[in-house]
Design a protein around this ligand. Sequence first.
Ligand SMILES: *[C@@H]1O[C@H](CO)[C@@H](O)[C@H](O)[C@H]1NC(C)=O
Ligand SMILES: *[C@@H]1O[C@H](CO)[C@@H](O)[C@H](O)[C@H]1NC(C)=O
Ligand SMILES: *[C@@H]1O[C@H](CO)[C@@H](O)[C@H](O)[C@H]1NC(C)=O
Length: 392
Amino acid sequence: MKTVLHISMKDSHTSLASRQRTHQRKPTWILVLVLLVSMFLVCAYIYPPKNPAACYVLFTSSGCKGLSNWLPPAPAREFTDSEIASRVVIREVLSKPPIESKNPKVAFMFLIPGPLPFEKLWDKFFQGHEGRFSVYVHTSMDKPVHSSRYFINREIQSDKVDWGKISMVDAERRLLGHALKNTDNQHFVLLSESCVPLHDFDYVHSYLINTNISFIDCFEDPGPHGNGRYSNHMLPEVEKKDFRKGSQWFTLKRQHAIVVMADSLYYTKFRDYCKPGMDGRNCYSDEHYLPTFFHMFDPTGIANWSVTHVDWSERKWHPKSYNAHDVTSELLRKIASIDISTHETSDEKRMEEQRGCMWNGIQRPCYLFGRKFMPDAIDNLISLFSNYTSSI
Ligand SMILES: *[C@@H]1O[C@H](CO)[C@@H](O)[C@H](O)[C@H]1NC(C)=O
Ligand SMILES: *[C@@H]1O[C@H](CO)[C@@H](O)[C@H](O)[C@H]1NC(C)=O
Ligand SMILES: *[C@@H]1O[C@H](CO)[C@@H](O)[C@H](O)[C@H]1NC(C)=O
């Protein structure tokens, strides 16, 4: 801009005589100049300077800011009204610390079809820690008869849950909604009927309360069980590059639980376009909605692994389940001491990614809970509980 301006100014000051003198050569050098400037601009547009130093070298006196203001804006997608609204709300919630509690509690949210086979074990786990936790139960089929006082009258209003369908996410949100009503609840854990605790209550409480991240499993899987489930119908809000996968068994800090309550735009996208039979493929919202959502809006606020252990090493359709014979002190101690999380892609390459489980900057055991345990393991678990939960 400056160069061009400079020339025209100089032009107006030159005398008529000199203008006439240069008349013959003028079209050629103007043409060359215009050509050079346009090439320069096209280059600058295609390869924008990556850092201010490069910028300085390239554009010397004109400077970076001046030039980028002058160029047409890079082709970025314009957000829709609903995206703008969502982003404003999400940013606002994430930027403010939640209501502080003098007595921070962990909310244990059980998403189960009917009876809870390990209720006695959980009773042992909770005993003596009254006032430091809350229990919420979502039973989608039969109303169970409880044996533990910690579970009596803790059922929330529930609805039918179909495996792999959005009703699973709806139930998760329903549990969060109820648990958020108590402002002492600062961290929210989702558990299934086959989950068992791997550590004692103090360990679990301190692990979850004394950190500022949520334990949401999240990784990029280029294979058929990852990106293969993505549908272009999710555009423009959810792009394939942001699509993530992870186990549904999350823990959420309060801020994140509120953000999930506030979201309807992204939830709706997953409800409508990530479901069994979508575009001839099966997509499961409970494995993609939260990993993708938090990857988009707070990637450094999540751990990327789940604190609920499960063993997929047999590579079957279902993870390994542990029955009475499998359950020994050694097994439970082994699982409870794992401090590396592993993700494997579902393509032919089966790329394995391993990361140390970093908790506030130090490597610690990854898992607080384990699944899938069969109901017949209850007696072993109860008799071993004090042993396997001690000294890790
Ligand atoms: C989780 O992964 C994201 C990248 O997707 C990374 O930015 C973030 O730091 C990771 N979280 C932690 C706690 O390391
Ligand atoms: C968590 O806290 C640490 C310091 O304790 C801070 O460096 C980090 O940015 C915080 N992370 C988030 C997601 O708030
Ligand atoms: C506890 O477990 C350890 C390791 O498996 C074992 O050596 C020990 O005998 C057990 N103690 C009790 C009291 O069962």
